[in-house]
Design a protein around this ligand. Sequence first.
Ligand code: SDX
Length: 379
Amino acid sequence: MTAICEYKPGLENIPAAQSSVSYVDGQKGILEYRGINIEELADKSTFLETTYLLIWGALPTKEELQAFEHEIRYHRRIKYRIRDMMKCFPETGHPMDALQASAAALGLFYSRRALPDPSYIRQAVVRLVAKIPTMVAAFQLMRKGNDPIQPRDDLDYSANFLYMLNEREPDPLAARIFDICLTLHAEHTMNASTFSARVTASTLTDPYAVVASAVGTLAGPLHGGANEEVIEMLEKIGSVENVRPYIENCIEHKSKIMGFGHRVYKVKDPRAPILQKLAEQLFEKFGYDKYYDIALEVERVVEEKLGHKGIYPNVDFYSGLVYRKMGIPTDLFTPIFAIARVAGWLAHWKEQLGENRIFRPTQIYTGDRGMPYVPIEER
Ligand code: SDX
């Protein structure tokens, strides 16, 4: 079979689906979820309300939101068998791997086959949105040698996650800022993990497998894993004076500067300035972070050197500074990205089920043909 269009590495600019979940204008730096601008959602919405919007396509009424929040609270606990399984994970393992395995393990308890029926979809959405944060927090406590703690029904989604992580109630400003971070990371058109989710969804496997495959894809340093590497880079740079030689060295050796560049945005990612402001609010209340000065200088130098190529900060550049100020360990940054992105993955899963056809692209074969089989003793 011959390909009907030119091969584009990374499928650049090739539409993989028709979608009404979100919209990005990479030249103007615009991001909208279901047509609503991200700045407005960050300012006025909550993560659970935004999740409802993404999955069901419209903002919920007061009653709809209350019912959704209530269901999520009710399903936050995880089965003791999942906790016991997680206890066997090595404490040196990366939390993204723990999350991928735990998300897949949820599928052991629920249906193996996805049904395009509203009550099946609702149940799967509620379970995944409710339980993923509990699993991230449980692994964090267990790897420190502690028992995980139960979710608290009197705390909202983000405050409860921070409580389960730190074993104490969070500061209300920190909890609100964390919730905004989740809203900012909830969805982003056909990124690699969402594509992975849709490919997995198209086989009609269960939504736990869909989320597990997407978590595995998000983990890589070219995608969600970059937020962890940004902090490692800032630590390595160490001071504002070291920024310029560090960046020049990266450019000379063609190594990627973490938290910069984007397939779609050729200007600063619209989520980055919001995250920057959130970091500043935290610094004002809880004290300054010298890595912010280094980050600002990195942005200045990269813009000077690579701005002409459209390389600017992406969502991963400033998020780590926010989480760091909240005392969250660096290797939990990407699992937190996953907690948020579950909303987008599930919105795409639902959309895919609505008009499904299995993904089966073609390839351009570059190997030999008609080769003889050479017996082993003659090779
Ligand atoms: C996310 O897709 C999404 O929407 C993802 C995301 C989401 O919300 O889901 O926004 C989240 O994944 C953000 C991206 C996080 N990754 C990083 O921060 C890692 C560093 N960035 C890159 O490796 C890169 O910019 C990508 C992976 C984000 C985009 O890769 P592309 O589109 O394949 O671009 P490319 O690697 O082919 O680069 C094009 C040019 C090259 O220069 P030339 O060879 O043409 O001269 O730009 C240069 C690259 O060298 N370049 C960079 C760079 N990013 C691109 N040079 C230095 N540092 C960088 N970070």
